[in-house]
Design a protein around this ligand. Structure first.
Ligand code: 7TS
Length: 416
C-alpha cells in the first residue's frame, strides 16, 4: 500500500480556501468532489478577485481614458503577464485569451490550418484526443482536402511511439496535435521527445494542455512547443476564459480569427488592417473579470507550487489505484500510477457507468460517467462508457476512501 503521509500539501488548510467543498449535498452526505477533470472548484481568492473587480474596477478595456477603464485594462493585461510567467512564454504577446481549450484549438485550425493545409498534407493526431482536438481538424479536412492520421494507443493506455515515428518518417506531416495528459486515462505523454521528433520531420506541434497545465509545471520554451491550448476553469479559475499560447512568429503570420472591434489597426470602407499581437486575435469586448480570475488562479497555484500539486496528486492516484484494484469486478483503464496524472477510470462488471455514478451521487460522491468526450478512446478499449474519478489539490485520501466505500454500497444495492 502506498505511503500516504508524505504529501507536501496541507490539505486541511487548502480545503478551507474552497468554500464549495464545505457542504452536504444530501442529508448527512458531505460532498466528495472527484470531477475536477471536467471542471475544478475555485478558491475564495479567485472568487474575491472577480467580485472585487466588479465592485471597484469594472469598465471596458483598452478604450476609456478614465480611471476605471485603466484599472480594468491593468487587471486584464496584468493577468496575461501572470499567465506568461506561469507557462514561461517568451512574451505576453504570445498569450491569446480565448473562451476555452476548444476555442483555442479551433483558432489554430481556422487560421493557421486554413492557410497552410491542403491536398497532400497530413495532420497527425492520436486516438487519445479529446473531441476538441479531433473535430475541428475533421471539419477543416472536409473543406481543405488534407489527410488525418492517428497514433494508436497501446493496451496499457499509452501512445504507440514506434507508429508515431513511422508516420513522421513516411508521411508529409505538417502538424502534430497531441493531448499532454489524457482526460480519460490520465496518461502523461512524453511530449518533449514527440515535439523534437515532429520538428525534425518539419512539422509544427500543437499541445492540448487542458489536463496538464492545471496539474504540473509546463514550460513552453523548454518544450519548444509551437501552440498550446488550455482552459482556466480546470485550473481553479473561472469558466469563460482559456488560453492559446503560440510562438510569436507563427501568430504574426496567421490571419485573424474573428473580426470586429479591438482586433483592427485601421478600418476604412474599402478594407481593414490588423492590430498587433495579442489583440489581433481578441475581437470584441473580452471576458475581463474572467481574465482577472485566471490571474488570481495562477497566483494561487504558484503559491501552492506546481511541483507540490503534482506530488500530491501522484500520491492520491497511487492510493486510489491500489484501493480500486481491491474492488471485485472492477476494471481499471490506463497506465501505472507512475505514468499518469490524477485520473482513475474504471468500469464495474456490466453495471452502466451512469447507474454507478447515480448511486455514488446518493452517497455524496461526484464522479463523471460517460465517454468523457473521448469516444474513439473508449472504442479502442471496447467500451461505450466509463466511470471517472479525478483528483485535484483539494482532494485527500479520505475522498478516495469515500469513493471506494460508495462503490461498495452500490455493489450491495445491485446484489453484486
Ligand atoms: N482537451 C482535454 C484533454 C480536455 O480534457 C478537455 C475537457 C478539453 C480539451 C476541452 O476543454 P474545454 O474547456 O474547451 O471544454 N475535458 C472534459 C472532461 O474530461 N470532462 O468534461 C470536460
Amino acid at each position: 500500500m502506498t505511503d500516504v503521509k508524505t504529501s507536501p500539501l496541507n490539505i486541511d488548510a487548502i480545503r478551507t480556501d474552497f468554500p464549495i467543498l464545505n457542504q452536504e449535498v444530501h442529508p448527512g452526505k458531505r460532498v466528495v468532489f472527484l470531477d475536477s477533470a471536467a471542471s475544478s472548484q475555485k478558491p475564495r481568492q479567485v472568487i474575491d478577485a472577480m467580485s472585487d473587480y466588479y465592485e471597484t474596477s469594472h469598465a471596458n478595456v483598452h478604450r476609456g481614458i478614465h480611471v476605471l477603464s485603466e484599472r480594468a485594462t491593468n487587471g486584464y493585461e496584468g493577468a496575461r503577464v501572470k499567465v506568461k510567467e506561469f507557462i514561461n512564454a517568451a512574451s505576453s504577446r504570445e498569450i491569446i485569451y480565448t473562451r476555452n481549450t476548444t476555442e483555442s484549438i479551433n483558432l489554430v485550425s481556422y487560421t493557421w490550418g486554413r492557410t497552410n493545409l491542403g491536398p497532400g498534407d497530413v495532420v497527425v493526431l492520436t486516438e487519445m484526443e479529446h473531441h476538441s482536438n479531433i473535430v475541428p481538424w475533421q471539419m477543416l479536412a472536409a473543406e481543405r482536402g488534407f489527410t488525418i492520421r492517428y497514433v494508436p494507443v497501446t493496451d496499457s493506455g499509452e501512445l504507440d511511439l514506434d507508429a508515431y515515428a513511422a508516420l513522421l518518417r513516411d508521411e508529409p506531416v505538417k502538424l502534430v496535435g497531441v493531448v499532454h495528459v489524457s482526460n480519460m486515462l490520465g496518461t502523461v505523454n512524453p511530449v518533449e521527445d514527440m515535439i523534437a521528433q515532429a520538428h525534425t520531420a518539419g512539422a509544427l506541434f500543437l499541445l492540448d494542455g487542458a489536463q496538464s497545465v492545471p496539474h504540473l509545471a509546463v514550460d513552453v520554451q523548454a518544450l519548444d512547443v509551437d501552440f498550446m491550448a488550455f482552459s482556466a476553469h480546470k485550473m481553479a479559475g473561472p469558466t469563460g476564459i482559456g488560453v492559446l499560447y503560440g510562438k510569436r512568429a507563427l501568430l504574426e503570420a496567421m490571419p485573424p480569427f474573428l473580426g470586429g472591434g479591438d482586433m483592427i489597426k485601421r478600418v476604412t470602407l474599402e478594407g481593414s488592417t490588423w492590430n498587433t499581437l495579442p489583440h489581433k486575435f481578441e475581437a470584441g469586448t473580452p471576458s475581463i473579470a474572467e481574465a482577472i480570475g485566471l490571474g488570481a488562479a495562477v497566483d494561487y497555484l504558484r503559491g501552492v507550487g506546481m511541483d507540490n500539486v503534482l506530488a500530491h496528486e501522484r500520491i492520491l492516484v497511487h492510493y486510489a489505484l491500489d484501493r480500486l484494484a481491491e474492488v471485485p469486478g472492477l476494471t481499471l483503464y490506463g497506465p501505472d500510477a507512475d505514468r499518469r496524472n490524477g485520473v482513475a477510470t474504471f468500469t464495474l462488471k456490466d453495471m452502466h457507468a451512469h447507474d454507478l455514478a447515480q448511486l455514488l451521487d446518493a452517497e455524496g460522491v461526484a464522479i463523471r460517467a460517460g465517454h468523457h468526450c473521448a469516444m474513439p478512446l473508449h472504442q479502442r478499449f471496447g467500451i461505450a462508457a466509463s466511470a471517472r474519478a479525478s483528483f485535484y489539490l483539494y482532494n485527500s485520501t479520505q475522498d478516495v476512501d469515500a469513493l471506494v466505500n460508495a462503490i461498495e454500497v452500490a455493489r450491495k444495492r445491485l446484489g453484486m
